[in-house]
Ligand binder design. Structure first.
Ligand code: PFF
Ligand code: NA
Length: 457
């Protein structure tokens, strides 16, 4: 007999862990820099539209598959698919996605950890704008330092996971998320009152649709699509796993909306913290992945008690990043235990080594391997791995989930409806089947194909 499957101890646990999986570097690091690259508020609007019309329904399909199968994506479709169909092959695609995500996520999480330590040690005190930018530059040039922090992230992540679902993952993540939500509100309020920040707010909040022309509407849509899926963690079973740890007392639409609202709040607040700061300190918002690291220390330097606030800020950025790392590690560990009879301990040790090795290319891409620029002039291995996940695996994987839940030759609409709608709370509307089965996948595929065309042809 299988050992009894682990469960969350409470609904709050489920919501906060799922939010912890969703809320991460995608909100506090990627959302601000992509918004900056694509011209601000108009991008934000499209992103929110995609969350509403694509993200929420897709999240409901994923949670349903997880809850109905009681398995990770490594076995969920094997359990639910009609006999003779091949949906289960999706596992290879989805599992690969989880690994590729960690291949760059651990590096950026390591940057956050480094900044936390540097900030609390007073390493930014008295530096001007150029001195601050210099610190990030020299971090990238130092492979040993970056590898060290990347390994620390992997060790902490697996350390917490190996304590088990309730004692490790749930307990730690719950506290981290509650603190994070609180601190974001405080800092956003402070940043709003920054002198010279109004222009940043305008950039961030007043849509200027000529920006869409300037950057190319297709490119903006493609970037917003990838970011919407990335931020919600949908399309490769990372959210589905948490559906497998809950019972049927609540219907899933309300839970998906709740998670999306929390995630969106944190992203929007990160923007409120960063854009006024960019304009107040004359830093171009299109700086890319370095944005948060070269803008925010300026703000903290100029703020009374800035060293303390800055340390807290980066500590909480570590929380955001770690809660996602822990969630994805938990998912990866359950691939191992779903697919083999190996013990949790053995699965953890193998993956620990594997993920450290797999994370090396991203780290080295900024120094020793900086000649490799897979997406063209100036791009990095990090950009490439992110592109593989955000713009390929997540959108295509999401389409697979949606079709699996709506097509007769898949798990099917009736099974999906029964699962999604069992329990108290908001029900998924039966009447939008046509939209789910046809329109939604077509929107995703259309943006995907057009995006590729404009990028490469
Ligand atoms: N949602 C996470 C973030 O915003 O940082 C990233 C992520 C996690 C994406 C898990 C995809 C995933 F499966
Ligand atoms: Na997110």
């Amino acid at each position: 007999m299988d050992q009894q499957r682990e469960k969350f101890s409470s609904r709050l646990g489920f919501i906060l862990i799922s939010a912890g999986c969703a809320i991460g570097l995608g909100n506090v690091w990627k959302f601000p820099y992509i918004t900056g690259q694509y011209g601000g508020a108009a991008f934000v609007l499209i992103y929110i539209l995609f969350l509403l019309i694509l993200g929420i329904p897709i999240m409901v399909t994923e949670l349903s598959v997880g809850r109905a199968s009681q398995k990770s994506v490594a076995m969920s479709m094997d359990v639910l698919e009609p006999k003779g169909t091949k949906w289960h092959l999706f596992k290879y695609f989805a599992m690969a996605g989880n690994y590729v995500l960690m291949m760059f996520y651990t590096t950026v999480a390591g940057w956050m950890l480094y900044y936390f330590i540097k900030m609390s040690a007073g390493g930014f005190v008295g530096l001007d704008k150029d001195g601050i930018a210099e610190i990030f530059g020299s971090l990238l040039q130092n492979p040993t330092l970056m590898v060290g922090f990347m390994i620390a992230v992997v060790l902490i992540g697996f350390g917490i996971c190996s304590q088990g679902l309730q004692q490790g993952v749930e307990k730690i993540t719950k506290v981290m998320m509650l603190l994070l939500l609180l601190l974001m509100v405080i800092l956003a309020c402070r940043s709003l009152f920054l002198k010279g920040g109004e222009e940043g707010l305008r950039f961030y909040l007043t849509p200027d649709f000529s920006a869409l022309k300037e950057f190319g509407i297709v490119d903006v849509l493609f970037a917003a699509l990838g970011q919407a899926f990335f931020t919600l963690s949908i399309g490769m079973g990372a959210i589905a796993i948490f559906g497998s740890y809950i019972d049927r007392s609540r219907s899933l639409t309300g839970e998906a909306i709740f998670i999306t609202i929390l995630d969106t709040m944190v992203a929007l607040m990160a923007g409120l913290i960063i854009f006024p700061a960019c304009f107040a300190y004359g830093i171009n918002p299109d700086a890319g992945p370095s944005l948060i690291f070269i803008t925010l220390p300026n703000v903290f330097n100029a703020m009374p008690g800035g060293r303390l606030w800055g340390s807290l800020f980066f500590l909480f950025m570590c929380f955001a990043a770690m809660s996602t790392v822990i969630a994805v590690f938990q998912n990866i560990i359950s691939f191992g235990t779903d697919l083999t009879k190996a013990s949790r301990k053995k699965v953890v040790s193998i993956n620990l080594v594997a993920i450290i090795l797999l994370s090396l290319p991203c780290v080295l891409g900024f120094n020793i391997l900086s000649g490799i620029q897979p997406l063209g002039e100036g791009s990095s291995i990090l950009d490439f791995e992110d592109f593989i996940v955000s713009n390929n695996i997540l959108p295509l994987g999401s389409v697979v989930y949606v079709l699996f839940c709506s097509m007769k030759i898949g798990w099917g609409w009736d099974n999906f409806m029964a699962e999604a709608n069992s329990g108290k709370g908001l029900k998924f509307p039966k009447s939008i089947r046509f939209y789910i089965q046809w329109i939604l996948p077509l929107i995703v595929l259309f943006v995907f194909i057009m995006g590729y065309k404009s990028l490469f042809f």
